[in-house]
Design a protein around this ligand. Structure first.
Ligand code: TA6
Length: 301
């Protein structure tokens, strides 16, 4: 359970640098103001909702229509998808993208490292999670807000049997105009096209978004570059121990169908998701740990 904000702030505050405050919908968030960046991370879903490197603009997209309530995912920022991605294969009633992005996590630590701040939050299996998934686990989301944004998911199998999980850092990047944005780094990589009955295809050259785009790129450890000529910036996402990358833009019709997404916001975002999903789900023996990391850097031009 989330502690009372004053109690959490008293325990974890770094005066003038990191505070635990009330955010949207009364949800608790960590607000960071450090020499290299400003940022925010909600205890709800351990959800990073803002990162702005000093001298730069907001990097993450956040919908103006997002919900801010237990049981609902925040629309934008970096939702944490675990222990499955998309719908649960054997249970259509299960929440999309798993159950951790819609629950209250606990604050583990806040630490200043040079000019950056690292916030660690965790969530663990309990009777509620076992309704959906029998495994025993501890999941830590460690986010470092600095001149780069580092996001690390650490899964520990705390049970006595092996488990298999999918995971994704479902990052919404803010862009000036999706139609002028280009995504590079996936040339010749195979992908499942979720807008075309999950057919397996191969990427030719850079990605240009001209309609709803929902692709799971397979067996790729490659870095991704997002070029935005409108905001005049290049975003580079490098990954560690992630074998799949998901690229998503809802385009017009899907955007209209999402109640927590304004009709025209599809033009200002693209999801680049460092992940281990589908054929590249992770098997973890009892007592073992698996870390996946995404590093986001931005350069203006
Ligand atoms: O990551 C792409 C995707 O799986 C899309 O299919 C779309 O459903 C998107 O995630 C958003 O999912 P959500 O459950 O957050 O609405």
């Amino acid at each position: 359970m989330e502690g009372a904000i004053p109690e959490l702030d008293h325990r974890f505050e770094l005066p003038g640098t990191a505070q635990v405050v009330e955010g949207n919908g009364g949800l608790s968030k960590v607000r960071i103001t450090c020499p290299e960046a400003v940022g925010e991370m909600y205890l709800h879903g351990a959800h990073v909702t803002s990162w702005k490197p000093v001298g730069g603009e907001e990097v993450l997209f956040l919908s103006s229509q997002s919900r801010w309530a237990q049981g609902h995912a925040i629309r934008g920022g970096v939702p944490v998808c675990f222990p499955w991605f998309g719908g649960k294969a054997d249970d259509p009633t299960a929440p999309a993208h798993g159950f951790v992005r819609t629950r209250a996590w606990q604050l583990e630590s806040i630490a200043q490292v040079g000019g950056a701040v690292t916030v660690s939050m965790f969530t663990e299996s309990d009777e509620g999670t076992k309704r959906w998934w029998p495994a025993e686990f501890r999941l830590v989301h460690r986010a470092t807000f600095g001149s780069e944004l580092s996001l690390e998911l650490v899964v520990t199998n705390t049970g006595g049997t092996s488990l298999r999980f999918e995971e994704a850092l479902h990052a919404y990047h803010r862009v000036g105009n999706i139609e002028k944005t280009r995504v590079r780094g996936l040339d010749t990589v195979h992908y499942f096209d979720k807008t075309d009955s999950n057919r397996k295809k191969m990427q030719h050259g850079e990605i240009v978004i001209v309609s709803e785009t929902d692709r799971v790129y397979l067996d790729t450890r490659d870095a991704i570059e997002l070029e935005d000529p409108v905001l005049r910036r290049r975003t580079r996402v490098t990954k560690e121990d992630s074998r799949t990358t998901v690229v998503w833009n809802p385009w017009v019709q899907k955007a209209h169908s999402l109640s927590d997404f304004a009709d025209d916001e599809w033009m200002q975002m693209i999801c680049i998701e460092s992940s281990n999903v589908s054929d590249f789900a992770v098997d973890l023996a009892p007592g073992q740990q698996y870390k996946m990391k995404a590093l986001v850097r931005v350069a203006n031009f």
